[in-house]
Ligand binder design. Structure first.
Ligand SMILES: [Zn+2]
Ligand SMILES: [Zn+2]
Ligand SMILES: [Zn+2]
Length: 277
């Protein structure tokens, strides 16, 4: 499996849209891996996880061919993960492609309701052959493009948020974002698997994760990795990645690497490719 991060920041981006803090100024000055679009990923160049307003910038920067994408999995309804308005660009006339078959969207009922209000309410006519939203519930599995997506319930400040366990028959990946430290129900389920790649929410960075509901940081990523190793969900080959960062953490990419590489974590950056078998 191959995963490419399209963006690696929290909702405000980094440098954040209206922010003049030192962390944003420094990121702007240093550039490179310190410039972070809002979070999202593409699997095997064909399946998207989340779709936000920065997808346009990601497509240009990373030279993505999105005409091949027929499936989008939404984690939750927050705008930095679900921005339905830009799917208007999928209509014929805006998009010319060899195979203009339907775009399949997956997410919770809450995400679908928001999607319906923001997209189908505006584009009622002619959408039935172009878009289909499939509601997916926690612990349900959907198979697309040779990838099995299993939804898990996330603890996040948005109703019915999900994160995903992804299998391709050879490898098992975990993409766990916009969730805080896993609830015991999650752990009980995850114990059935040994993961090859684990990408964890790190919005809080060096800040205290107890002070901010719905996200993780270094203080929760480290014990998550330890527990996965101790209880057989990971081994010495498992790749762990910190991903989805807020400027409020104030740490530049290299500073986070210096702190977290010795703890067994890589730090995500926009365009980073994780290549499995
Ligand atoms: Zn987010
Ligand atoms: Zn800032
Ligand atoms: Zn969110």
């Amino acid at each position: 499996m191959k995963l490419q991060y399209l963006g690696t920041a929290a909702a405000e981006g980094w440098p954040a849209l209206f922010c003049a803090c030192e962390a944003c100024k420094k990121a702007e000055l240093l550039g490179g891996k310190n410039i972070r679009r809002r979070s999202g990923a593409i699997l095997n160049d064909r399946v998207l996880i989340d779709f936000n307003a920065d997808i346009f910038f990601a497509k240009i920067s990373l030279k993505l061919d999105l005409s091949k994408v027929k499936h989008i999995f939404f984690t939750h309804a927050h705008e930095d993960h679900c921005y339905p308005e830009d799917l208007g660009c999928f209509f014929p006339g805006y998009a010319h492609m060899e195979d203009h078959s339907k775009l399949h969207l997956y997410g919770s009922q809450f995400t679908k309701d928001k999607f319906d209000r923001r997209f189908f309410a505006r584009h009622r006519e002619g959408t039935e052959n172009l878009f289909e939203f499939h509601v997916i519930k926690p612990y349900e599995t959907v198979e697309v493009e040779g990838l099995k997506f299993t939804a898990l319930p996330a603890d996040h400040g948005c109703p019915e948020s999900l994160f995903y366990l992804i299998e391709d028959g050879e490898e098992t990946w975990l993409y766990a974002h916009d969730t805080q430290y896993f609830r015991e129900e999650n752990w009980a389920f995850l114990k059935n698997y040994t993961f090859d790649f684990v990408s964890l929410d790190c919005t809080n960075g060096p800040l205290d994760s107890n002070a901010y509901y719905g996200h993780m940081g270094f203080d929760t990523n480290i014990p998550t990795r330890e527990r996965m190793l101790e209880e057989g969900m990971a081994n010495d080959k498992t790749v762990f990645i910190c991903h989805h960062f807020s400027h409020n953490g104030h740490m530049m990419h290299e500073e986070m690497e210096a702190l977290m590489n010795p703890e067994g974590f890589q730090i995500s950056y926009d365009g980073m490719i994780l290549q499995g078998k």
